[in-house]
Design a protein around this ligand. Structure first.
Ligand code: 6GU
Length: 234
């Protein structure tokens, strides 16, 4: 998978890609990440990429032209499965979206800053809009890093143990069950007996029950059948 990240501050997110799973995915040739600085596509020699918004109001808006130039150049070299805009005014990322994206070859991630991008960028280029939660970040860069991590780890071959992603929270729509390691008793606190029993069918049953209990307590919304991911409305 190739991911092109367009940003006004690419240096903000280089480091997550230089460690751990994201690094290993690149070393193994399973993921290729390319950063593009929007400033390189500025509309003048002073590096102008944003302007005041029509109609008045605080905050600068990223202009159409630099983004058009950058995306058009990328699109002339290959076709993209999705052009994703990271913004708080969008449907929230979930495991289903991450699973779907992990099957693609080429993605563009466009990250906003300030007041965001000219709406015409979204109308012309963007095929998918994603928020990573109901709070506002100063820019979309950290959100792009979160999205990349969630997606890249699902590419077959990235995780050492192929099955380990399957037992993550959310992969079956439930939160993960509690886990324990040695010692079996610490300061009077005991590991649940069943986990020491060696009875694996029973252990799986117990884990599932715990998952359901935890989900009911902490995230009952996940059990709501109507809580399916919403699509971009256009
Ligand atoms: Cl994708 N961007 C920004 N700026 N803030 C956010 C977000 C994205 N998702 C949640 N908050």
């Amino acid at each position: 998978m190739r991911i092109d990240i367009i940003s006004v501050a690419p240096e903000l997110i280089r480091s997550p890609f230089e460690h751990s799973i994201l690094k290993r995915a690149q070393t193994k040739g399973l993921a290729e990440i390319h950063f593009h600085n929007l400033r390189d596509y500025a509309v003048n020699s002073y590096g102008k990429i944003d302007d005041y918004q029509f109609g008045g109001g605080a905050g600068m808006v990223l202009m159409m032209e630099p983004i058009d130039k950058c995306i058009s150049q990328l699109m002339s070299d290959r076709s993209y499965d999705e052009i994703i805009y990271l913004t708080p005014d969008a449907p929230v990322l979930n495991q289903g979206i991450a699973n779907r994206l992990s099957g693609f070859e080429n993605l563009i991630l466009l990250t906003g800053h300030y007041k965001g991008v000219d709406q015409r960028v979204r109308d012309r280029f963007v095929t998918l809009e994603i928020s990573i939660g109901d709070y506002v970040l100063s820019g979309g860069e950290l959100a792009a890093a979160v999205l990349c991590d969630a997606v890249v780890r699902l590419i077959p071959g990235v995780l050492g143990d192929e099955t380990s992603a399957l037992s993550d929270s959310f992969q079956d729509g439930l939160l993960a069950p509690p886990v324990y390691t040695r010692p079996a008793e610490y300061d009077g606190m005991k590991v649940p007996e069943i986990l020491l029993s060696g009875n694996f069918p029973k252990i799986e049953e117990w884990r599932h029950e715990q998952s359901v209990k935890r989900t009911l307590n902490l995230r009952p919304d996940l059990l709501d059948e109507n809580a399916t991911p919403s699509k971009k409305d256009s």
